[in-house]
Design a protein around this ligand. Sequence first.
Ligand code: PMP
Length: 426
Amino acid sequence: MSSNQNLFERAQQCMPGGVNSPVRAFKSVGGSPFFVSRAEGPYLFDVDGNRYIDYVGSWGPMILGHNHPDVLDAVIATARQGLSFGTPNPLEVEMAEFLTQLVPSLEMVRMVNSGTEATMAAIRLARGFTGRNKIVKFEGCYHGHADSFLVKAGSGVLTLGLPNSPGVPAAVADLTLTLPFNDLEAAKALFAAHGPDIAGLILEPIIGNANLILPRAGYLQGLRELCSEHGALLIFDEVMTGFRVAPAGAQSLFGIRPDLSTFGKIIGGGMPVGAYGGRADIMRQIAPSGPVYQAGTLSGNPVAMAAGLAMLKALQAPEFYGRLTEATNKLCQGLTRAAHESGLPFTTNQVCGMFGLFFANEPVETYEQAKAADTARFNRFFHAMLKRGVYLAPSAFEAGFVSIAHDQAVIDQTIAAARASFAEIA
Ligand code: PMP
């Protein structure tokens, strides 16, 4: 038995599904996961000595590639000073200053430990600030696993076909209203019916948890206007897109100023970090300056702040996002060409360091279209690529991530593996 198989057998005895986060288990693509012992640049190495070109990047944070020396050095140097103090520390101030300078809508920010914590706190704040109870989310968007968000969610919820999780009381779920993404008329109708009760509208400005779906021209602006008109807060969940699609996230790409934003992944440099922030008048409602309670034993952890700061600073290199965009473009163009050579229906969506692959004939602009793509074919493609040393997200409903370490040679190798894989599954 291989070390991978042995570990998975052991893991299943003592961990639900053998994993600590559902999509890792390969349930929808079939087969069993590999166990990674080391990662470097664009590569993962498993316990059986296999090397994979990695397009998951720890689900987003690894935009510099794995084990970047700046991040590693910052973590080691900071850890030597102590792992956690439970007092204010200088690095969290530096982080808050850095974030608020980079993102204009972020007048104040609070650090937490995950994306889930950030979104959970953001909607509590929206409710506390407005005195209203309902929140609006979009079909296929994933905002972590807090009760209010497990309603028509994306990511693992969608992959595993669990649209509404047991354990979420109906009384809570009923306060979450849902909308189809990219349909402004539907949003107008919902606000016309429920406007005075809506505390906030939360969305991924670019959906990365139902494969990759981009907003139509003017859509986000339309949502911004609707929220302002009805006194609801506009909350951009930039846990995935923040510092990934542009230096100041999707909000800078589309020129929208949300009232609140949430971040995670990249801002922790690979450590467990999240953040939420926005308008100062709203953020001042958070304890201890205001009455809306939210706290965290390890929040602002110095080692995590050092990792995140080192990563954010490295992203300020000239032409960083241009180079990342170019790498993603080359990848998507090469994959599309190779798929069409095998006569397969295939289309991609992409933005800077994020991409989505669809076995579909038409461009994909909606959640329904993403769901209608051929997922069975994707599952076969996933395994064909894995066999050739390329690791894509083990689900047709997750965006892919390119890092700055994915150079021309790595992209070329990926396209060569894809050409053979497409021929195999055609
Ligand atoms: N929001 C978005 C947009 C996400 O993609 C994710 C995680 N993929 C989360 C929130 C939840 O973050 P975490 O897994 O760190 O709790």
